[in-house]
Design a protein around this ligand. Structure first.
Ligand code: ZN
Length: 432
């Protein structure tokens, strides 16, 4: 089945960040088959979309999320991370069941596809429920079962989280036509023992899946690691062999120059979560330095209870302005660099070379943004307009694998009323 998008502006995010005007895109099944002016209508053409007044760009990639935490949105705010996590979040999470996680995930996925995110990396538990929501909604995701355990001297053969994690990888890696990939996820240095991290790394290596980890998020984590292990969280995890596996590291707020050199050497991707880091007062990650040292920096929302939404446009905006103010240098992290972080860099981090740019042969994971808006006109510079002026609500179409998931306010794969109904039931049970 073919789809043609006619007469549109394309921000390709190819190697030259090329922008094409008055271009057509032919999408055949799940692939971008052809890009060019005035493409001929094909015999298999099932739909033609008018792209005038709109911009097509790669779907956004959210590099760090805990999608069911939408259920905890605006539930515990204005407190430090340790209090927030241990006194408020963990006690509710202990009461979550598979069904809660399924509906919370669908809610978060609705929010992401309505704001142009086509792929996200997630770390949580009740992972079968999240994978089911990803499968039915049509979005793309790399999913991992977050693991915490401070036991030492064990082979962890009876460890429930380890078993669930391994089972999840075996069941879901490559599922939903390849839209779902799996990773393994030691939660953080302060919630996992060295033995546990080594055991997770051994399993991940054997299963040939990557690692998703929280890294150096707070000053407390950094100082405690120095006190307990005599090294920074980055050096500690590197010495445990974790970074010998392909890894995405969320936050990296307190990493120093040596840490950055190590992350660069080990090809670890840094997931910058500015809204979460600011809201939890964790600090400001040294993104300009990491970027200038050639690290692969991407952008993530983190969970909706520390952001408090999953709209990546806000995190793009923060990424682009926060570091200018912090370094008092308006030249750092340009609009186009920010857009690369949210698209191609995210694809590279997740090992998904098939997405991240609008180019012939790539998967048709793309979004349309309306340019006919008062806050965007006049259109002097497209990249500036997208990063400094556009809103998530300007997204008017979201496509994954050539399938439209969202168009003009309507969800094509998710029953909005059904989600609202179940959400109310879940919240009554959890908080009623
Ligand atoms: Zn997180």
């Amino acid at each position: 089945m073919d789809t043609i998008i006619r007469n549109t502006t394309i921000l390709t995010m190819n190697a030259h960040n090329e922008i094409l005007e008055h271009a057509d895109i032919l999408i055949r099944d799940d692939v971008i088959a052809k890009i060019g002016p005035n493409l001929a209508e094909t015999a298999e053409c099932a739909q033609i979309i008018d792209g005038s007044g709109k911009l097509v760009m790669p779907g956004l990639i959210n590099g760090h999320c805990h999608v069911p935490m939408t259920l905890l949105r605006n539930y515990a705010d204005d407190m430090d991370l340790q209090t927030w996590l241990f006194d408020h979040i963990f006690p509710v999470e202990d009461r979550l069941n598979d069904e809660d996680v399924y509906w919370g995930s669908l809610l978060g996925i609705m929010e992401m596809i309505a704001t142009g995110t086509t792929c996200f990396a997630d770390m949580y538990y009740h992972m079968d429920s999240i994978a089911s929501a990803v499968e039915s909604s049509g979005i793309r995701a790399q999913l991992s079962r977050g693991q915490t355990c401070m036991d030492t001297g064990s082979d962890f053969s009876g460890n429930r989280a380890m078993q669930e994690s391994v089972d999840f990888v075996k069941k879901w890696n490559g599922a939903a036509g390849g839209r779902i990939t799996a990773a393994m996820a030691p939660h953080a240095v302060y919630t996992c023992s060295a033995d546990y991290i080594r055991a997770i790394a051994r399993h991940a290596e054997k299963l040939e899946v990557p690692i998703h980890v929280h890294l150096d998020e707070t000053a407390t984590e950094h100082e405690d690691c120095l006190k307990n292990h005599g090294k920074t969280p980055t050096a500690y995890l590197s010495d445990l062999g974790l970074f010998d596996l392909k890894t995405i590291a969320a936050h990296c707020v307190w990493i120093n120059g040596d840490d950055m050199a190590l992350l660069k050497e080990k090809d670890v991707s840094v997931i910058h979560c500015p809204a979460s880091n600011l809201k939890l007062a964790s600090g400001i990650a040294p993104v300009p330095q990491a970027h200038s040292m050639g690290l692969n920096v991407c952008i993530g929302t983190d969970g909706a209870s520390s952001n408090n939404n999953l709209n990546l446009w806000e995190d793009m905006y923060l990424t682009s302005i926060l570091h200018k103010g912090n370094t008092r240098n308006p030249k750092v992290i340009t609009a186009v660099e920010t857009l690369r972080m949210a698209t191609v860099n995210g694809a590279k981090a997740l090992g998904m070379s098939c997405v991240g740019s609008v180019e012939e042969g790539k998967k048709a994971d793309l979004i349309m943004v309306s340019l006919e808006k008062p806050h965007i006109k006049p259109l002097h510079n497209i990249c500036s307009a997208l990063v400094y002026s556009a809103q998530g609500s300007d997204v008017c179409m979201t496509m994954v694998d050539g399938r439209i998931l969202y168009q003009d306010g309507e969800f094509r794969t998710i029953d909005r009323e059904k989600v609202w109904y179940h959400l109310e039931k879940v919240c009554n049970r959890l908080f009623g």
